[in-house]
Design a binder for this molecule. Structure first.
Ligand code: HSE
Length: 434
């Protein structure tokens, strides 16, 4: 039975995503009403610049006073697509205090203040949904929070930033250097004028924190996520990766420790074998590979950004939250009952690919091998070749290790740098997905 009184929606922010949400709410109004069981009405749109022309949006709905919109007493659901910490945080809290459920696409805020926001939603008996905060259109938060709720997720490895995947894919396919690939990404609109949040891994780290909390039913704050950007990845690294049958991706990796007593969350560039499903994720696409005890290996793939794909995720949440409202229930809130500690990067165990510039004389290989042994890092393969730049009496040494703790590898590298025969450590790259 269709309720005739509409559910009223406040849209907070009307940029690339918000304008698409408004457009789809209008053009698909009948379908949305049929799926929800009541019409949904865009009741107000809070913006910073009211004079901007917004096609398809009734100018009477536009306001600069988001707080008054939330407090006026008739709003059922607020959609927050402003981004950033403030005023989004205060507005979401105001929404809950006024009995309004929230759909948000705000990864930075959820990674930083997710626990407090969930608590506020809970205290007021309202929903907080945020499918769009991680990997755009890809259904991921809800499958992990609901479909996999009966399983045990042990590992999540994902490409959750499209800009950096585009850059790395260009470097891989054309042999370009980082700057050249970044310039192309900027020219095509994939990278912002200031690409720091993407290329330094901040955007991916926020998504990693959100996914780790959901995957392991624990609290993972943005500060718990180890982060390394991809600006140092070079054409030479790709050449090395190719020789190993690998490519390089910026990965978010979330792992439950073997003893199940702790978790780790990290973002960094890594080599992965070409045979791994994530290796074939090209251009600006995102993909997340989930390993669960009963389900086995699952991969979620699709567009991770952009107005329309992100609006799709927002609208899916809107339908769910509206259905909950009509049924007078709330959906799943925060699940953090395991309270697992988040270990430091030093405790992460993985494999490493290290390129060294060394003197080409007797005993150097033995000296390098001894340094690895002294730090408990076992070598898998070593390859030596003349320096590509033709420097005489010098060679490049590429060492690939077996699995070792990150702290042991750092100690090894520190000691290698002190050897007279080691002219420099050209690159250190983790090897994942084997
Ligand atoms: N800048 C992000 C990306 C999209 O490149 O994937 C929003 O998180």
């Amino acid at each position: 039975m269709m309720r005739t009184r509409p559910l009223k929606v406040a849209l907070l922010g009307c940029g690339v995503v918000g304008s698409e949400v408004a457009r789809i709410m209008t053009t698909h109004a009948d379908d949305l009403a049929a799926r929800i069981g009541a019409p949904v009405e865009l009741a107000g749109v809070a913006v910073r610049r009211p004079s901007k022309v917004r096609e398809g949006i009734d100018p009477a709905l536009i306001t600069t006073d988001a707080t008054a919109l939330l407090k006026r007493g008739d709003i059922d659901v607020a959609i927050e697509v402003i981004g950033g910490i403030e005023p989004a945080r205060t507005l979401i809290t105001t929404a809950f205090e006024n009995g309004i459920s929230v759909v948000s696409a705000n990864k930075a805020l959820l990674a930083q203040d997710g626990a407090a926001l969930h608590a506020a939603a809970d205290a007021h008996g309202r929903d907080l949904y945020y499918e769009a905060a991680v990997a755009g259109a890809i259904p991921l938060v809800r499958p992990m929070r609901e479909s996999l709720a009966g399983d045990k997720i042990n590992r999540v490895m994902g490409i959750v930033n499209g800009t950096t995947n585009f850059i790395l894919d260009k470097m891989d396919s054309t042999g370009a250097g980082y700057q050249e690939a970044l310039d192309e990404a900027t020219a095509l609109g994939y990278a912002e004028a200031d690409p720091t949040a993407d290329v330094e891994g901040y955007d991916a780290a926020a998504k990693a924190a959100i996914l780790a909390g959901i995957a392991f039913h624990t609290r993972v704050h943005l500060d718990d996520v180890y982060r390394e950007g991809m600006t140092e990845v070079s054409a030479a690294d790709f050449a090395s990766a190719k020789r190993m049958g690998c490519t390089i991706k910026l990965l978010a990796i979330l792992e439950r420790a073997a003893d199940g007593q702790s978790v780790t969350a990290r973002v960094h560039p890594a080599m992965i074998p070409l045979s791994h499903p994530l290796a074939s994720v090209r251009e600006a696409y995102n993909a997340v590979f989930v390993e669960a005890e009963a389900a086995g290996r699952l991969m979620f793939y699709g567009p991770g950004a952009g107005g329309s794909p992100t609006a799709s995720a927002v609208l899916g949440d809107l339908v769910a939250v509206c259905r909950n409202k009509l049924a007078e229930v709330t959906g799943p809130g925060e699940s953090a009952y395991t309270r697992l500690p988040v270990s430091t990067m030093g405790e992460v165990v993985t494999r490493y690919h290290i390129s060294l510039d060394v003197a080409d004389k007797p005993g150097v290989l033995a000296q390098v091998a001894t340094t690895f042994a002294e730090h408990g890092v076992s070598i898998d393969t070593v390859r030596q070749q003349g320096r590509p730049d033709g420097v005489g009496n010098e060679a490049s040494l590429v060492v690939v290790t077996h699995r070792a703790p990150d702290a042991a590898l750092s100690g090894t590298v520190e000691a290698l740098r002190k050897l007279d025969t080691v002219r420099g450590v050209a690159s250190i790259m983790r090897v994942e997905g084997e």
